[in-house]
Design a protein around this ligand. Structure first.
Ligand code: ZN
Length: 505
């Protein structure tokens, strides 16, 4: 204050100046925070963060692609979105999908998924595949190394097929079915020790391209002997790269095989779709996985919330004895191209021509048990687009939240969200440190956020009518950009980023 300005100088006792200084000190940061202008403010939603246990009404401030503030105080934003009455959850992380295009991603987006990864089967030519999705994806994407493909590469005499396959990847027209069909001639081959070593070297090289672990779908490759698989687990253990496996056959013995390999080698292990792989033995499968975890083994598992599975009819899953293995018959098989149920005649003819089938073989109680079980994740196993494709491709996450949380009260809403967000993020963090920023609503987390109405969320896709967008997912942000608003896809926005493994060079 200028002396002689004519304004009276206020005099305070020293002690009250100290108090004033302290008040200013404590107020400043708060004022600075609330005067910040966020790009987007999500106002008044029920914010659920499974890691910290946060479950209360808050405002969320987003700057660029990050969550910058979570506060009970009003926040200022360039854009304020009223989300009162809605749940603000971390974007769902689906670590098991087979679709590779935006057509499939759009169904997932409407189901609340912000990251969709092909880990079970894995993807061929990873560098080219990641490049083909760059700046084009609606949601985040990534893949594991395909062990089945890498062993195909070692078998020789497939140069033409490999070139064709690579071309489809480079041109962005690749697909799981194309990969599956190309490598199918080698599914019954057993590898020599030299070929096994070459396969391991191929896997190692592909991990350097940024893969998220090793996809080991043994059920499709009956020629693979236990010693070959054991070598793959040893490699995985040395690198602490997770093995994502579709176990050798339906039933508990194959679970015990996989768990034994993981326990003996120290490989991190994720067992895919324990519902369809264990069938009626899901209770035993859950006990095995939980017991392994309580002994400190890094073993996880997932399921999807449906009583039918789906795969290719020409695959080894339908080799002789399939009826006994799954306790089903021709009429339990539904042909995806037409929706018809099969007979012996149509089974024989379609198995020759090839295509995808839905297999009705599970009981509702098994699915309930898996969804309720602590530590078991939700993953869709979404298949490539077809109008009558398995409804899990569009509705897996909304079905858990609508049918199993709200209607049947099988588990709490925060527990269900944990199975869709934090658990898959943690499964991947060892191989992909960038996942530590996902699966959470915390200051500093990536702004992958799913906002849904807990009163209305539900799956709409059915086995009879085919794929349909789920209902009740109102807004979805991927890396800070809206990709879904008021239940509608935002056009011409492609914020999906690659999810890479740590060995990427
Ligand atoms: Zn599978």
């Amino acid at each position: 204050m200028l002396v002689g300005s004519g304004v009276p100088v206020l005099k305070f006792p020293k002690s009250s100046l100290l108090v004033l200084a302290l008040v200013i000190c404590f107020c400043c940061p708060v004022e600075a925070q609330t005067s910040k202008i966020y790009d987007i403010v999500l106002q008044g939603g029920r914010v659920i963060d499974p890691e910290t246990g946060l479950d209360t009404v808050k405002n969320v401030g987003i700057i660029n692609n990050r969550i910058d503030e979570i506060s009970s105080k009003p926040l200022r934003g360039k854009e304020i979105v009223n989300v009162s009455g809605l749940v603000v959850a971390p974007g769902f992380i689906d670590l098991h999908v087979h679709g590779r295009t935006n057509q499939e991603q759009e169904y997932q987006l409407h189901d609340g998924v912000t990251t969709a990864l092909e880990t079970e089967f894995g993807t061929e030519f990873l560098t080219q595949w990641y490049a083909s999705r760059k700046s084009k994806a609606l949601i985040n994407y990534g893949a594991s190394v395909s062990w089945a493909f890498e062993r195909f590469r070692t078998l020789g005499n497939f140069n033409k097929e490999l070139n064709q396959l690579k071309q489809t990847v480079v041109s962005g027209e690749s697909g799981w079915q194309n990969l599956f069909n190309t490598i199918q001639p080698t599914y019954t081959n057993s590898l020599s020790p030299d070929q096994t070593n070459l396969t391991l070297a191929n896997i190692r090289k592909s991990l350097d391209e940024g893969a998220l672990g090793i996809g080991v779908p043994i059920a499709y490759v009956p020629g693979a002997k236990p010693d070959e698989i054991f070598e793959v687990y040893k490699l995985a253990a040395g690198l602490q790269a997770p093995v994502f496996t579709h176990v050798r056959e339906a039933g508990i013995m194959a679970f015990q095989q996989a768990i034994a390999d993981a326990a003996v080698t120290g490989a991190p292990l994720h067992i895919c779709h324990i519902n369809s792989s264990s069938q009626g033995e899901i209770y035993f499968a859950i006990e095995l996985i939980q017991a392994a975890r309580s002994r400190g083994l890094d073993i996880t598992a997932e399921l999807y919330p449906y009583t039918a599975s789906s795969t290719k009819l020409e695959s080894a899953l339908f080799n002789d004895g399939w009826q006994q293995r799954r306790n089903i018959s021709y009429g339990d098989l539904q042909w995806v191209a037409t929706g018809e149920r099969l007979t012996k005649e149509t089974f024989d003819s379609y198995r020759k021509s090839g295509g995808i089938v839905i297999i009705h073989s599970m009981q509702p109680e098994w699915i309930k048990a898996g969804i309720a079980a602590s530590g078991i994740m939700i993953a869709s196993d979404a298949v490539p687009y077809a109008r009558l494709a398995h409804p899990r491709s569009a509705g897996a996450f909304s079905r858990v939240l609508g049918k199993y949380v709200r209607d049947e009260k099988v588990l709490s809403l925060p527990d269900a969200i944990e199975k869709m967000t934090l658990l898959p993020a943690k499964r991947l963090e060892g191989i992909s440190p960038m996942m530590k920023q996902k699966g959470r609503i915390q200051v500093g987390s990536d702004a992958d956020i799913t906002i849904f109405d807990p009163k209305t969320i539900i799956d709409k896709a059915t086995f009879e009518k085919g794929l349909e967008f789920s209902e009740g997912v109102e807004h979805v942000l991927v890396n800070g950009s809206f990709v879904l608003r008021n239940g509608n896809t935002v056009s011409n926005v492609f914020p999906g980023q690659p999810i890479y493994g740590k060995y990427r060079k």
